[in-house]
Design a protein. Structure first.
Lengths: 554, 334
């Protein structure tokens, strides 16, 4: 009977409290502190909701909100369809068939990710402009009765899709490459044809992977400010900007942000639900590579054209347009100031990449060293920033830092010191915001390499008498170096491309290439925007290729 | 030396217990094997002792010092316990010598000590190599040298031979324990293989579903197993249930559970064999030739099936089988 006593006792409140006291260590506290720090902007938006909406809120609800919701849903819907068609078809064709330049296509299909959507938007606006190349072409062909207007929400959906479909492509291809082969062979042995195998077997099985890629696309769609504002489409994000900058009503921006967060959470729940429904798909990676079919020559060229089309539309065409503009405007844009902006952009991106990776490392290892089980789940909350649109994070940081600065100025004022704004409108707020927004970008590659290190390795270091920190520096860090390095690069690219958050939080005397491109475009100087745009694209391109190498290795 | 008192651990807040109310102690200088199937809690037990997990109840003491209880937890790095992992866990980016040096960096004559350890495990010239350049058996010995270098008071080996094939296994087992005997360290040795345990351990602890079913000297476990489960771990065993009792006409105590080892069942005993009290007739259903012996699948008149081994190559279709009352194993419960 003693055993029963032990059992009841082991999880009685008294023993639980004793264990909580025994097991809470400083790492638990540090983890909680970091998560709180990263969640602060969102918490502030929640808190600010209680101070009531602004004066124009009822006006917005009546006249603008239906448009915001309508346009955002329209974009979400149309982009979903487009990116699914582009991403899944290219992933399937590239992994299932042999055709000319297949290997090159594999990574070329990722390149559209190197161009921020708003820049693709500028390029297409130019291509379909009255004096643009498309109209010239139509005139040459005596088809000048055709007039395509792209500056509307359908055009915006096209632009966003063509630049974001690689998210779906990458995750679908990873599934097709790693998991599909034995199923494919089984299907073949059962005498099932190619088409039926794809629609009845591959598509349903790949659904969790595809949905994961799709949700990333939709988060980016809702995050977009640059393209939507240039195309004159009112979305939630442009609404937040308008209420912040034009109406100068932070309360309204907060309310819109909260609504947008709700939509995002609905998306995340949708993903979780989709993934849970398909739990039967095996998580074991298959070591055998997918066998590629070699169809007839004419068929091969058809497949090539289908796969090349998104690369052409998403990369070749916009980049060509930008290069053409760059040649025309090079003499006016290149100057000392442009060089300084490039350097600033670079410096900010690399600094924030290092800070963000540092936070990711702290979060991963502190929560590991914390012996409370619940802490490990809480740590994941710190990663949610990636789902939150940049504009929302910016608002969530702007409001508290303004209040803090006011208080600091008053405090310093008591001592006769004029401190000015310390946090708000300085790099500190901007770097903080980047860390919140891009933590997941750093966290995921580091975590996945850290998981590959068998837990017995750090364990044996500890048993040999070496503590957590020293074990990290001597054993774990050398083993996860590549993951840390790729994390730095990934965050670096994202910061280079980032626009909405930077626009709201940047110090007034500092510019980034993204902001400069946006300013040119908004000042009716879209041609001049081409040079900063190309700079962003080329810095982002090299790591995108590198990232693909990494994906192949996996 | 090592004292474990009513130790419990659950990974799902008390719904299931990986370890439940485990109590035992280990004398200094002894080699104790922990035997159990996978999932019996062996690894959880050694991780608790090493400090890699925290107990939900109970305590662990090393010498006269409590190292884990509800109020106290000594970090693994402060316990001075040596642990050799199942997968060796050598640091892949460090040389063999650096691996061995790792735990003794504060020692004055660390270089000498590390070399001494490499000599001990017979890898004197391998110090500059990296783990991936070594064979599995060599890696195993490096892991042993690394664990022994800081002179631990207790050495734990977690399934050290399970990654090796049968031939290498026996050879390496002997080598490893020859080395260990030279150091006179106290050893806890986790295995699912009773042969491993019987050949090297002074005493054996049997775990089943997170509970200790028996702890005894190796010889006693064979002769006096506590439960049918323990008996069957050390050789195949037949449960003498009610039907068998009727078939052999051997009435046994009802409150107890009885069993007989397969090897104790005699095939075609002579009619007046004094060592064969209970006899019954059986039909041979199937013969399986196993080289020097034959396995017989038998069907008794009552319909019960059982299998026995025999050296006799020419058995008839119907035979007599029997056993001695002295060979019957008696347990309080199954």
């Amino acid at each position: 009977m003693k055993q029963v006593g032990n059992k009841n006792e082991a999880f009685s409140l008294k023993t639980r409290l004793k264990r909580l006291k025994r097991d809470s260590n400083r790492w638990s506290v540090f983890t909680l502190a970091i998560v709180f720090f990263l969640a602060l902007p969102i918490i502030f938006i929640g808190v600010e909701l209680f101070s009531g909406p602004g004066e124009t809120w009822s006006h917005i609800v009546r006249y603008l909100l239906p448009e915001y919701i309508g346009n955002s849903l329209y974009l979400v819907f149309l982009c979903s369809i487009l990116v699914l068609i582009l991403g899944v078809s290219s992933a399937w064709l590239v992994s299932r068939f042999n055709f000319p330049l297949r290997q090159q296509m594999e990574w070329l299909l990722i390149l559209p990710l190197a161009i921020p959507s708003y820049i693709v938007g500028y390029a297409y606006a130019g291509i379909f402009d009255y004096g643009g190349s498309m109209n010239l072409l139509f005139r040459q062909l005596n088809l000048d009765f055709i007039r395509i207007d792209i500056m509307n929400r359908a055009g915006l959906a096209f632009v966003l899709s063509i630049s974001l479909f690689p998210y779906v492509y990458v995750s679908a291809r990873a599934f097709f490459l790693n998991q599909a082969n034995n199923l494919l062979e089984a299907s073949k042995m059962l005498g099932v044809g190619e088409g039926k195998t794809f629609f009845r077997l591959m598509l349903p099985l790949a659904r969790p992977a595809i949905v994961a890629g799709l949700v990333l696309v939709l988060m980016e769609v809702l995050n977009d400010y640059g393209a939507a504002s240039y195309y004159g489409v009112n979305t939630f994000t442009t609404g937040i900007f308008r209420s912040w900058f034009s109406l100068e009503e932070p309360e309204t921006a907060v309310y819109l942000s909260a609504l947008l967060i709700l939509i995002i959470f609905a998306l995340i729940l949708f993903e979780k639900w989709q993934v849970r429904k398909v739990k039967f798909s095996s998580s074991k990676t298959n070591s055998t590579q997918i066998q590629r079919k070699r169809p007839k020559k004419s068929m091969q060229w058809l497949i090539f054209s289908v796969v090349f089309l998104p690369v052409f539309l998403g990369f070749v065409l916009p980049v060509t347009q930008l290069i053409y503009w760059a040649v025309l405007t090079a003499s006016t844009v290149f100057d000392m100031q442009f060089l300084i902006i490039s350097l600033q952009s670079f410096g900010i991106a690399i600094t924030s990449a290092i800070i963000t990776v540092f936070f990711a490392l702290l979060l991963i290892y502190f929560s590991k060293w914390s012996t409370l089980l619940s802490i490990k789940n809480i740590a994941r909350v710190g990663v949610l920033g990636y789902a939150i649109p940049g504009a929302v994070i910016a608002i969530g940081i702007m409001i508290p830092t303004l209040a803090l600065d006011k208080w600091l100025i008053k405090m310093f004022g008591n001592f006769g010191i004029d401190s000015g704004l310390i946090i708000n409108g300085t790099l500190i707020a901007l770097l903080y915001a980047y860390a919140v927004r891009f933590l997941a970008v750093a966290y995921n590659p580091i975590e996945s390499t850290a998981l590959k290190v068998d837990s017995s390795i750090p364990d044996s270091s500890k048993v040999l008498g070496v503590g957590n920190l020293k074990t990290f520096f001597k054993i774990e860090f050398p083993l996860i170096k590549t993951g840390v390095f790729s994390a730095v690069i990934l965050v670096f690219i994202d910061v280079m491309k980032e626009l909405p958050l930077t626009l709201i939080l940047k110090p007034y005397h500092i510019d980034t290439l993204a902001v400069k491109a946006f300013e040119y475009a908004s000042d009716e100087m879209v041609m001049e925007a081409s040079i900063p745009s190309l700079f962003i694209i080329f810095t982002a391109m090299i790591p995108v290729i590198f990232l693909n190498k990494l994906l192949i290795k996996k | 030396m090592l004292t474990i008192d009513s130790l419990s651990k659950s990974f799902d807040k008390g719904k299931n217990y990986a370890l439940e109310d485990v109590t035992f102690d280990l004398k200094a200088g002894h080699v104790c094997a922990i035997v159990g199937e996978s999932g019996s809690g062996k690894t959880t037990l050694v991780r608790l002792i090493a400090g890699l997990e925290r107990p939900d109840h109970g305590s662990i003491s090393l010498g006269d010092k409590v190292i884990a209880s509800l109020d106290k937890f000594v970090q693994p790095e402060k316990r001075k316990i040596g642990l050799v992992f199942q997968e060796y866990a050598l640091f892949p980016h460090l040389t063999i010598l650096d691996n061995v040096l790792y735990g003794i960096s504060k020692l004055k004559n660390k270089k000498e000590r590390a070399q001494e350890m490499l000599d001990l495990v017979g890898l004197s010239n391998m110090g500059k190599r990296y783990p991936h350049q070594l064979s599995g058996g060599q890696q195993q010995r490096v892991a042993l040298a690394r664990a022994l270098a800081p002179k631990p008071s207790l050495l734990i080996l977690d399934e050290p031979f399970s990654n090796l094939d049968a031939m290498l296994r026996t050879q390496l087992r002997n080598e490893v324990f020859d080395i260990i005997k030279k150091t006179e360290v106290t050893v806890l040795f986790v295995t699912h293989d009773t042969q491993d345990a019987l050949s090297v351990a002074d005493e054996i602890l049997i775990l089943q579903n997170g509970k200790v079913v028996q702890k005894d000297a190796a010889a006693n476990l064979y002769v006096k197993p506590n439960t049918l489960y323990v008996a069957s771990l050390f050789g195949s065993t037949i449960h003498i249930n009610k039907n068998l009792q009727t078939a052999f006409s051997c009435p046994l105590k009802e409150s107890c559970c009885h069993a007989i080892r397969n090897e104790k069942i005699k095939v075609n005993p002579s009619a007046n064999d004094p060592h064969c009290e209970y006899i019954t007739r059986a039909e041979v259903v199937k013969k399986v030739e196993l080289g020097d012996s034959t396995q017989l699948l038998l069907k008794l008149e009552s319909g019960e099936q059982l299998s026995v081994m025999t050296q006799d190559k020419n058995v008839a279709d119907t035979i007599n089988i029997g056993f001695n009352s002295k060979d019957i194993l008696e347990f309080d419960h199954e």
